[in-house]
Write a protein that binds this ligand. Sequence first.
Ligand code: CO
Length: 188
Amino acid sequence: MPKQLPITTYGMEILRIKTKPVTKIDSKIINLVEDMFYTMDRSAGIGLAAPQINSGVSIAVIDISALEEYKKEKPLVLINPSIIDSNGEHEREEGCLSIPDIRAEVIRSKEIFLRYYDFDLKEVDIELKGFMARVAQHEIDHLNGKLFIDYLSEEKKKEIKRLLAKIKKGKVETEYPLHIHSRSKSDL
Ligand code: CO
């Protein structure tokens, strides 16, 4: 049975560490991916990266099909993903399960060419456009220790400073369990 895991929160070191590539697919990895989908779903998220459930491996899951507009989009499991090429620019508001209550406009590439690995560790190249491309960029950033708030202007960063400090201390209400600031690292 998959488990709902608490979401690591802004201020935790794991969200700032570059993840390690997956080198073999074993039951640990399969269970991790199942837990990630389950946790994402229970947290009403559309994307989730392993560091958000306190794991240091390079895996992200995406499923935007709960949004009416994107109900035909299939879920994706990205193992060791990287962006090979990108085109265009597009601005849209983003949020993150690890940074509750903060939303901000972020400029992302309009389309991306993505390389990742499947469950047989076979290389897969795909092109993503629009919202799928945006979510993938957000999640791949997580795998590199980067958060969407890093893109904000100094002015906007100042504006959210107090809110971030509150989040760091766990003074935030969410409808999903949070894993608040601690020094714990993944053992994966
Ligand atoms: Co996020």
